[in-house]
Design a protein around this ligand. Sequence first.
Ligand code: URA
Length: 236
Amino acid sequence: MRLDKWLSNSGIGSRKEVKKLLKTGAVTVNGKVIKDPKQHVQPDTDEVMLFDEPVQYREFIYLLMNKPAGVISATEDKRDETVIDLLDDTHKHFDPHPVGRLDKDTEGLLLLTNDGQLSHALLSPKHHVPKTYFARILGHVNEEDVAAFQEGVTLEDGYHTKPGELVILSAGPESEIELTITEGKFHQVKRMFQAVDKEVLYLKRLSMGSLALDEELELGEYRELTEEELDGLKGN
Ligand code: URA
């Protein structure tokens, strides 16, 4: 791996900042000052020091974002801004990807990581990881809907969903609900409400497995997971 990538993966700074730092001669590899950002280093065996302090290499990054509406849950898009565009360079160069998709108009919890194994475990249909959403619904959500969701509902393409746990927070011409589902079919929450003749007006994901949205994060903001959060997710 290139020395500049190693250093920025260790949280020292962006690739640009790291290059400047290298020019000052602050970095040694196995005791030798190295100024070339392209120098190759072996993560397991080489000893990299910055100002005479050893640098710990970090391979994975785990970010919890409060996704705003209007951005796409993808790594690239020709037209629209993506969640990756919202990241600082220091996080971007880890090449994280969103774990699962939220629709462009959906807000809330989105995990981003470059840990493919964790991402796979969380998304695998075998693991039934629960996801809880808050939604505002056009229509009077009632106990019949709660019962229907408990049985699973048939979507317009004939797919019968797994049971969903629907909690009515307020009911009226517009209702507020929380729904927990263990699948992640395309537009699933919106289509489940369509199946009971209602429409999702606003959708926000509150949790995924043990990981909950941090309400301190403004829309578009993100932070790294705490160790407890990461342990919780890995135990899922
Ligand atoms: N269900 C939806 O309909 N949209 C989302 O973004 C997530 C779940």
